[in-house]
Ligand binder design. Sequence first.
Ligand code: FES
Length: 280
Amino acid sequence: MVETSLPAQRHFGETTRADAWWFQPLAVFLGFAAFIVYSTWSAFHPLYNGACAYWYHGNGADYLSPFFSPQLFYPATCPGPAIHAWFGAQPAWWPSWLLFSPAFLVLWAPAGFRFTCYYYRGAYYKAFWADPAACAVGEPRKGYLGEKSFPLILQNVHRYFTYIAIVFIFILGYDAWESLWFATPSGAHLGIGIGTIVLTINVLLLAGYTFGCHSLRHLFGGFLDEPSKRPLCAKSYACVSCLNRRHMLWAWLSLFWVGFTDIYVRLCAAGLWHDFRIIF
Ligand code: FES
């Protein structure tokens, strides 16, 4: 009988890896932190110089920032985007001492969807609390609880956020459709501005990310022992799997672009950027 012993546990950051293993977690940390800071700032700034900052309607355009869509209520001090409000003006029950922003009522859904995403979990566990900092690199703690106890067990709500995220895709698709129509004295005319392209790419990238979700793979066929015996399930499963193979890429492209879309609409609304019209 040969006696062996387990290797000693590494100290935090200790590794035999010779590559730049720290680069990816650092990039994830910077990218994700920048997005969180910017999106929080944007949610808290629905107005610019007293006017609506998240809706551009100059030159007949109709561009709504995705951070504020669906707009359930519009700010009472800024009736401009009333045409996009589902339920009218800011509700009377909203505390007067608390800033009202339509983003507060909707951002929890896409934020919850991203934070519980299987890809992002693996990425930000490494980047934000070094658990572990990277594969084969020493951790700062000895115990391992996994996601079986509070609070990380809450990550299991991801599939429910997925269902909500799918609804958002249709809503943002409608916003992209609206951006194709430009108001004129003789009625709305079909056209394409740079903003139309920006909003359309935004919903396409978000759809690529959402429809490649691991939870959807299960829902569309992964739960079956033999998906090939159910042609529709097999086809749907193949489509979701195809998007899922590049899930990380879709995740980052859509994250970057949704932030850029908000910036684009804000710059146009503030008069700091001219929305060039390509057609019409
Ligand atoms: S696993 Fe990433 S969106 Fe569901």
